[in-house]
Design a binder for this molecule. Structure first.
Ligand SMILES: Cc1cc2nc3c(=O)[nH]c(=O)nc-3n(C[C@H](O)[C@H](O)[C@H](O)COP(=O)(O)OP(=O)(O)OC[C@H]3O[C@@H](n4cnc5c(N)ncnc54)[C@H](O)[C@@H]3O)c2cc1C
Length: 511
């Protein structure tokens, strides 16, 4: 760390993990005068939003589209505070083209609100009351979130932030806090609209990890509303790595330090709170401990409870309840992702940047019956000239991969099946496919350290959403949690909100 940044009274922070959550928290803390060191076990920062290169192609590991780049959007706000440039990006319009089973014309989620209204009225006749309700809830929730409430509140300062963010128009959302999308559809007499339900299942599963029946209504309102202007989704020029690289620039500009290939093995807790971090340098094999003033963990909450080491019998009631709650969370999903480097001729003309396919729907979006597909654009820096990348992901049960007898065979089977399905839309054959590779939960576990390779955070059911979600404050003093396990949930925009919340709480604590 450059010495002129390190004041005598500077508080020392260790951030565990350089995902978008950890980098954002680290950079903001550095900007606000803390001495920050970020440790990450991987080779490149960015976690689920990083990239890898193969034969001239650049593949986005997981996240491919970004929300919150518009003025007032969360990435925009944070980049402004850090004094770094926003990455170059193009609009996703349509945000997504959704193909239901057996259909060849997609449902296009247009960026223009009126165009999207016309599209959905045509696609789902009689459902406008539902969409109007969602629009009303989205407007109120969005403005509320923009005033930086702290959710769920854990102390008086948090409650105060929450109250300050409330306005009369927020009240319209309150009666809906305990409702799911399924409840709203029932209430509006739309539960028999199978096509609408299937579409919602497909879209919501992407953002909330669960289907329409279970997704918290207020969360759904946001997830379904961000694709339209003045918000909207963006496709980054270069690759997703640009987002992390800029945040690293912000971190280092303000005197913070990043250490890659350093694994945090343990967080030791004493009676006064989290105290000691044990770190392994993967290159040298050296293991040492540090005693920062505070710790920000950017790992799934399931990892956090495994990292924390409390002397036996010394867990207080809150710590016990927290651990029990985490152990009892419904199983989280993993992802199976196929990465293809192809000749441009494999891509149909006017192909939208994101597509979603559902195959032979049996009532549950699960193993391999849906694919979320991202396609590179000409000149977006992801492929050599005349080529393109296709990334397709599906949800998968992590247990299948931990318990399987022949891992490589199973992986091969999933890869072949996914490519065959993609062949229904793209021209895929040995001639057009230049490179192929896939990732399973085991791959995610290895490269991002995520427990069993789970991705996407805690499902946004009513019981785990908003006021009932996981807080950035943990029951252990001096230990914060940021990332997709905490409110407001997954996505690069979501985890940036959680990072900002933790940073504000840390400052307010007077550290
Ligand atoms: C297939 C897929 C597609 C997705 N698509 C999108 C999308 O289009 N748009 C979008 O916004 N979101 C998308 N997401 C979700 C998004 O990628 C994540 O929610 C977000 O990137 C998570 O960020 P994070 O900072 O919480 O955690 P992570 O990205 O998981 O970062 C955690 C970091 O911590 C490090 N780490 C973990 N344990 C340790 C340890 N013990 N010591 C040191 N370092 C450690 C890891 O190496 C990692 O870098 C997608 C996710 C997946 C899997």
């Amino acid at each position: 760390m450059s010495s002129h940044h390190q004041g005598k009274n500077q508080r020392r922070v260790i951030v565990i993990g350089a995902g978008i959550g950890g980098l954002t928290a680290g950079a903001l803390l550095a900007k606000r005068g803390y001495a920050v060191r970020v440790f990450d076990l991987a080779i490149v920062p960015g976690g689920c939003a990083s990239t890898f290169r193969r034969q001239g192609f650049t593949f986005d590991v997981g996240a491919t589209q970004v929300a919150g780049l518009e003025p007032g959007g969360i990435h925009h706000r944070i980049f402004s505070e850090l004094g770094i440039n926003l990455p170059e990006a193009t609009d996703c319009d349509p945000a997504c083209a959704v193909f239901l089973p057996g259909e060849t014309t997609p449902i296009n989620i247009w960026r223009d609100p009126e165009q999207w209204q016309l599209e959905r009225q045509r696609q789902f006749p009689g459902s406008e009351t539902f969409w109007q309700l969602m629009a009303t809830l989205f407007r109120a929730s969005w403005q509320f979130q923009g005033r930086d409430p702290v959710l769920p509140p854990r102390n008086l300062w948090d409650v105060w932030q929450l109250i300050k963010a409330l306005r009369p128009d927020t009240m319209v959302t309150v009666p809906f806090t305990l409702m799911t999308v399924g409840d709203a559809l029932g209430w509006l007499g739309l539960q028999r609209d199978k096509r609408l339900k299937t579409f919602l299942d497909l879209q919501l599963k992407l953002y909330s990890q669960v289907n329409a029946q279970e997704t918290a209504l207020l969360y759904a309102a946001t997830a379904l509303g961000v694709s339209q202007s003045p918000q909207g989704l963006s496709h980054l020029k270069g690759s997703m790595q640009v987002l992390s690289d800029r945040l690293v620039e912000g971190l280092e500009k303000h005197g913070g330090e990043l250490f890659m290939r350093h694994t945090v093995k343990q967080i030791q807790v004493t009676e006064t709170g989290a105290s000691t971090v044990t770190i392994l340098n993967q290159k040298t094999g050296e293991i040492w401990t540090e005693q920062p003033d505070l710790i920000v963990a950017n790992v799934p909450v399931q990892n956090l409870v495994n990292l924390v080491e409390l002397p036996k019998g010394s867990e207080n009631l809150f710590q016990q309840l927290y651990r029990r709650r985490v152990e009892n969370l419904p199983p989280a999903s993993g992802a199976f992702v196929v990465y293809l480097g192809v000749k441009q001729e494999a891509i149909p003309e006017n192909c939208p940047p994101h597509l979603q396919f559902l195959y032979d729907y049996k009532g549950e979006i699960g193993e391999n019956n849906s694919l979320f597909v991202s396609v590179s654009r000409v000149g977006d820096g992801r492929s050599p000239e005349g080529m393109a990348t296709i990334t397709a992901s599906s949800f998968t049960d992590t247990q299948i991969w931990t318990n399987c007898e022949d891992y490589s065979q199973l992986k091969q089977q999933y890869e072949t099946e996914a490519i065959a399905r993609l062949g229904g839309y793209f021209t895929l054959n040995p001639e057009t496919i230049v490179y192929q590779e896939s990732a399973t939960p085991r791959t995610f576990a290895r490269f991002t350290g995520r427990d069993r390779g789970i991705v996407g955070g805690v499902g946004q059911r009513v019981a785990t959403f908003g006021p009932f979600g996981l807080a950035t404050r943990t029951p252990i003093p001096h230990l914060w949690l940021v990332g997709d396990s905490t409110h407001p949930g997954e996505g690069t925009a979501g985890v940036s909100y959680s990072a900002l919340t933790a940073v504000r709480q840390i400052e307010a604590e007077g550290y």
